[in-house]
Design a protein around this ligand. Structure first.
Ligand SMILES: Cc1cc2nc3c(=O)[nH]c(=O)nc-3n(C[C@H](O)[C@H](O)[C@H](O)COP(=O)(O)OP(=O)(O)OC[C@H]3O[C@@H](n4cnc5c(N)ncnc54)[C@H](O)[C@@H]3O)c2cc1C
Ligand code: FES
Length: 329
């Protein structure tokens, strides 16, 4: 066995053939991650020591980053003792993911290509999660896809998912063609580390495209129950879509200091709102990026260009959190 050391001096043993991310988890340490398949880059770390790819290609790393010693902890395992320039996230430390059976409780059409699916868990096995996290839904034949939980934890334990149809998609076929009330599915979760962090900055900026609004909705519900958490802060929500029908949700703007901006990339003549891409809208609105934290969720393209743009505008790199809805293949 080898040993991995984090920048806060915490260590964990590394079994051969197991990724650094999974080895950390086995020892009760949660490292930052989202897709677990080398596609989103959230688990990027600078590593000193010998590592090897265990599974998935590090497709999101540039040749320059690889040459400079960056790795993805969801792809690589340790061959020697390793130092990583990242810290574990104590916020998620006590939350264990598990696999549970669940039943489809209700299905509501939110727009022509988005469904809200409510899942009912066994009363004795509620899911403990932090708003912003996601679950893997395991359907027929073991097909597994990730979906953000669109609500904060509720008394009845139900999980709401907002699911966009991908034409020709395996799981979309089930959601949009075969689903029936009381269907039995399984979920694994909670997963991911996309969640509100304690921060002293003034501007909390949420960026979402499409169903990327789901975890933002969950985080907002959490804040509505604890508005003191955002006393003296400003909350900005930018939601990007292609058509007006993509905007199937409105935040309740009564309790929280929220500015809600919808931005259409392909507007029709009747649209008199904002036009373009959400990262450009943030720039146009002149939000002070040196005093901001950004949570971006949805398309990979938006996340990459928003990160680049907002960091260039002064956002500290460590204040950009993301959950990219990358496809599973
Ligand atoms: C962390 C995470 C959270 C997610 N949360 C949500 C969520 O809350 N709501 C939601 O609707 N989806 C979410 N997704 C995406 C979801 O997991 C599936 O990828 C999506 O539903 C497509 O699954 P499918 O089986 O229908 O299509 P697949 O059979 O997986 O794909 C069919 C074809 O479409 C392509 N494809 C798949 N997804 C996309 C895409 N997004 N854009 C372009 N092409 C695509 C594939 O490459 C493939 O060629 C999330 C993904 C991740 C990684
Ligand atoms: S690339 Fe490792 S979690 Fe996405």
């Amino acid at each position: 066995m080898t040993i991995a050391t984090l920048s806060n001096e915490k260590t964990f043993l590394c079994e051969p053939g197991v990724t650094l991310l999974d080895n950390a988890k086995k020892h009760g340490l949660v490292l930052e991650y989202s897709c677990r398949s080398g596609r989103c880059g959230v688990c990027k770390a600078f590593a000193i020591g010998e590592t090897a790819i265990i599974h998935h290609e590090e497709s999101v790393l540039s040749p320059e980053e690889i040459a400079a010693g960056y790795i993805l902890t969801c792809c690589r395992g340790a061959l020697s003792d390793v130092h990583l320039d990242i810290e574990d996230l104590s916020l998620f430390g006590d939350i264990k993911s598990k696999t549970l059976p669940c039943r489809v409780d209700s299905v509501t059409r939110l727009s022509d290509d988005v469904l809200e699916v409510s899942l009912r868990l066994p009363p004795a096995s509620p899911l403990d999660y932090i708003p912003g996290q996601y679950v893997d839904v395991i359907g027929k034949n073991g097909v597994r896809r990730s979906y953000s939980i669109a609500n904060a934890p509720r008394q009845d334990g139900k999980l709401m998912l907002q699911i966009r149809q991908v034409v020709g998609g395996v799981m979309s076929q089930y959601w949009f063609g075969e689903i029936a009330i009381n269907d039995l599915l399984r979920i694994e979760g909670p997963l991911g580390t996309f969640a509100l962090r304690n921060t002293s900055v003034t501007n909390l900026v949420f960026l979402a495209t499409g169903t990327g609004i789901a975890p933002v909705k969950a985080i907002l519900e959490q804040l509505k129950s604890n508005p003191e958490q955002v006393a003296n802060k400003k909350i900005w929500i930018y939601w990007g879509g292609r058509r007006t029908t993509d905007f199937y949700w409105q935040p309740e703007l009564d309790i929280l200091p929220v500015t809600f901006v919808q931005v259409l990339s392909r507007p029709n003549d009747s649209w008199d709102g904002r036009i373009g891409y959400i990262q450009n809208a943030v720039e146009d609105d002149g939000i002070l990026m040196t005093d901001a934290v950004v949570y971006a969720c949805g398309s990979e393209l938006m996340i990459h260009s928003a990160k680049e743009k907002l960091i260039a505008l002064g956002l500290p790199q460590k204040n950009f959190y993301s959950d990219a809805f990358v496809s599973s293949n």
